[in-house]
Design a protein around this ligand. Structure first.
Ligand code: SME
Length: 161
């Protein structure tokens, strides 16, 4: 059974490591992409501090459509601009210190101040993105980027099988 426990006294780095270990173990138990993404968004949201949204957008033809997530209801379709679309179109991780300085940022939740978006690739093509939002400016550092990159790599490996 999946159970998150003993995290109350962990600091940020320890929580990131817990999220990564728990996430990797969970990924190995389920190959269905939606089921996997649903549990991963829950693990991230419940383990990593200071997030107001954690979830996935999936590439559907020429736009991104909302996938499994945790947090408040969000925009269902993203097509022309924004941090998620940039990560998808440029196949690049987007780590944004202050979303209000990002031209074209799509504000689904006015609480969000910083954002980290990672493309998920299968056979070289981006099939979706992992999107994390925080009410704190500069919440995502190189450390967060490194840990979430490792998580996405584990997802890609499983989905590529
Ligand atoms: N801020 C994102 C939109 C998605 S929400 O944050 C959940 C963007 O600019 O693409």
């Amino acid at each position: 059974m999946l159970e998150i426990k003993g995290i109350e006294n962990l600091d940020n780095k320890e929580r990131l490591d817990y999220m990564l270990d728990f996430g990797k173990a969970t990924i190995k138990t389920e190959k269905d992409m939606i089921a996997m993404m649903a549990n991963i968004s829950s693990i991230i949201f419940n383990v990593v501090e200071d997030l107001n949204w954690a979830g996935f957008y999936l590439v559907r033809e020429d736009e991104l459509v909302l996938g499994p997530f945790q947090g408040l209801p969000a925009c269902t379709r993203l097509a022309d601009e924004g941090v998620c679309v940039s990560a998808w179109k440029n196949k690049k991780v987007m780590r944004i210190e202050n979303v209000h300085d990002f031209k074209g940022h799509v504000a689904c939740d006015s609480e969000s101040n910083s954002e980290l978006v990672l493309p998920i690739k299968i056979k070289g093509e981006v099939i979706g993105v992992l999107d994390l939002d925080s009410p704190n400016i500069g919440r995502f550092t190189e450390l967060e980027e490194e840990k979430f990159k490792e998580l996405v790599k584990a997802m890609e490996k499983e989905l590529n099988k």
